[in-house]
Design a protein around this ligand. Structure first.
Ligand SMILES: *Cc1c(COP(=O)(O)O)cnc(C)c1O
Length: 408
C-alpha cells in the first residue's frame, strides 16, 4: 500500500489568500460595477528596468548562435553574477563575502524552503509571529513539528513581534533554539532591525552554537542610514548565519526568477558526537544534486542590475514604491492610525484597533480596497492589516481618497 507523507496533512490550509480571494470574488459578484483596488499583493507591479530588458535580449541572441550558446551552467551560478553580487552587495559595503560563498538560484523562496534539509530532525526552530509562511510550512512538511493548535504548531518556538518590542523580538525569546529565521525588512510588518538588535542575535547564535537564517529579500528598500542591509555587517555573523537574497522585490524579478543564498566558508553544524561539519560543501552538494542552475538568460538579466544604469533604474523603481508607501502611511496617520513599516520597506502594518478580518471587510465593502488581514500571518498579527506599496500611483491616490472618506 502506498503510504503518503502524513506531515502534509498537518499543514494549515493556506486559508489566508484563498479566503481573501473568496471574499473579493463575492463582493465583486454582488457589485459588478465596483472598481476594486488591490493593496494586498506581495507582487511587484512595475515592469523590468531597461538595463535588465536589454541584457535579457542580448542573452537570447547569445543562445541563438553556436559560438555564444550556453547549455547547462554551473549549478552554483555563473561567475559573472556571483562576482558582481559579492562585490556590489558585500565587498563595496565593507562586508567580507566572496563570490564562491554565493549560490545563485531561481529565487529566495526555494532556498528558504530547501535549506532545512541540511539540519537534523530534532533541531529546535524559532520563527516570528507574524511570519512569512514558507519558513514554517517547509519544516512542517519535513516532519519537524507536531499538530497545529490555535494557529501554532507544537514543537516550534514563536517569537511574538508586536508593539511591545517594536516588532523586533530579541534572542531572549529563543532560549534553547538551534535555528532562528529572521527577516528584515520584515514581511509582513515592514519593521527593520538596527545593527545593535541584529548583533544581539549574532552574539546569541555564536554563544549557543545556533544558526540564523536571514531573509534579506527587501534589503534594497532600506533608506535609513545605519540599518544593516546584510546580517554579515554584524561582527561574527560569518560563523553563525546564512543569508537569502532575491532579485524579486529588488528589481521586479518575481516573474523572471532569480536570487541567491550566501553560505560562508567555515560555517558549521554538528554531528550527534559534537563534530563540526561545514555547511557550504553540504549546500553545494544539495544544489548540484537537486538543482540545475538558474537559466543563463535570467542570470544575464540579474547581472545587469549591477551596472550603473541598472543600479539607478532599480533604485528609481523602489523609490517610487516607497513614495506610494509614504503617501499611504501619512494619510493613515492623519486619520489617527498607528502604522509600522514603510520608509525602509514596501509594507505598512496598520493597527486597526479591532479585528483584522472585520477591518478587511469594511475596507473591501465600503471602499472597494483589498488589504491583507494580519491575523493570516499568525496569532500576533490579529488586530493589524498589511498594506502593500506595490501599485500604480493612481491606484494609491484613489485608495487613499476612498479610505479617507470612510474612516474620517
Ligand atoms: C517575496 C519574498 C521572498 C522572495 O521570494 P522569491 O522566491 O525570490 O521571489 C522571500 N522572502 C520573503 C519574506 C518575501 O516576501
Amino acid at each position: 500500500m502506498l503510504r503518503v507523507n502524513e506531515n502534509y496533512s498537518r499543514i494549515q490550509a493556506s486559508y489566508l489568500f484563498t479566503e481573501i480571494a473568496h471574499r473579493v470574488a463575492a463582493h465583486q459578484a454582488a457589485h459588478p460595477e465596483a472598481q476594486i483596488i488591490r493593496l494586498g499583493i506581495g507582487d511587484v507591479t512595475e515592469p523590468l528596468c531597461p538595463a535588465v530588458v536589454a541584457a535579457l535580449h542580448r542573452a537570447v541572441d547569445d543562445e541563438a548562435t553556436r559560438e555564444n550558446f550556453h547549455g547547462y551552467g554551473p549549478e552554483q551560478g555563473y561567475a559573472f553574477l556571483r562576482e558582481a553580487a559579492a562585490k556590489a552587495d558585500f565587498q563595496d559595503r565593507g562586508v567580507d563575502i566572496a563570490a564562491d560563498e554565493i549560490f545563485v538560484s531561481d529565487g529566495a523562496k526555494c532556498d528558504c524552503g530547501n535549506i532545512q534539509e541540511l539540519f537534523g530532525m530534532d533541531v529546535k526552530i524559532a520563527v516570528g509571529d507574524p511570519v512569512y509562511p514558507v519558513y514554517v510550512d517547509t519544516n512542517v512538511m519535513a516532519g519537524r513539528t507536531g499538530a497545529n493548535e490555535g494557529g501554532r504548531y507544537a514543537g516550534l518556538t514563536y517569537l511574538t513581534c508586536d508593539a511591545s518590542n517594536g516588532f523586533v523580538p530579541g534572542p531572549e525569546s529563543a532560549a534553547g533554539c538551534d535555528i532562528v529565521y529572521l527577516c528584515y525588512p520584515n514581511n509582513p510588518t515592514g519593521a527593520v532591525a538596527t545593527k545593535a538588535q541584529l548583533q544581539a542575535w549574532v552574539d546569541w547564535a555564536n554563544a549557543n552554537k545556533a544558526l540564523i537564517l536571514f531573509d534579506a529579500a527587501y534589503e534594497a528598500f532600506i533608506r535609513t542610514p545605519g540599518i544593516p542591509h546584510s546580517i554579515y555587517e554584524c561582527a561574527g555573523a560569518r560563523s553563525c548565519a546564512i543569508e537569502f537574497r532575491s532579485y524579486s522585490k529588488t528589481a521586479g524579478f518575481t516573474g523572471v526568477r532569480c536570487g541567491y543564498t550566501v553560505v560562508p566558508k567555515g560555517l558549521v553544524a554538528y554531528t550527534a558526537d559534537g563534530a563540526p561539519v561545514e555547511l557550504r560543501p553540504m549546500w553545494t552538494r544539495r544544489q548540484t544534486t537537486k538543482f540545475n542552475g538558474a537559466s543563463y538568460l535570467t542570470q544575464r538579466g540579474a547581472a545587469a542590475i549591477y551596472t550603473p544604469e541598472g543600479q539607478a533604474q532599480t533604485k528609481a523603481t523602489i523609490d517610487f514604491y516607497l513614495e506610494n508607501g509614504r503617501l499611504m502611511k501619512e494619510a493613515l496617520q492623519a486619520l489617527g492610525y498607528t502604522v509600522t513599516g514603510g520608509g525602509d520597506s514596501p509594507y505598512l502594518w496598520v493597527n486597526v484597533n479591532g479585528e483584522s478580518w472585520a477591518f478587511f471587510d469594511r475596507l473591501l465593502k465600503e471602499a472597494n480596497v483589498v488589504t491583507t488581514p494580519g491575523a493570516g500571518f499568525g496569532r500576533a498579527g490579529e488586530g493589524y492589516i498589511r498594506i502593500s506599496s506595490f501599485n500604480s500611483r493612481a491606484n494609491v491616490l484613489e485608495a487613499i481618497d476612498r479610505i479617507g472618506k470612510i474612516l474620517k
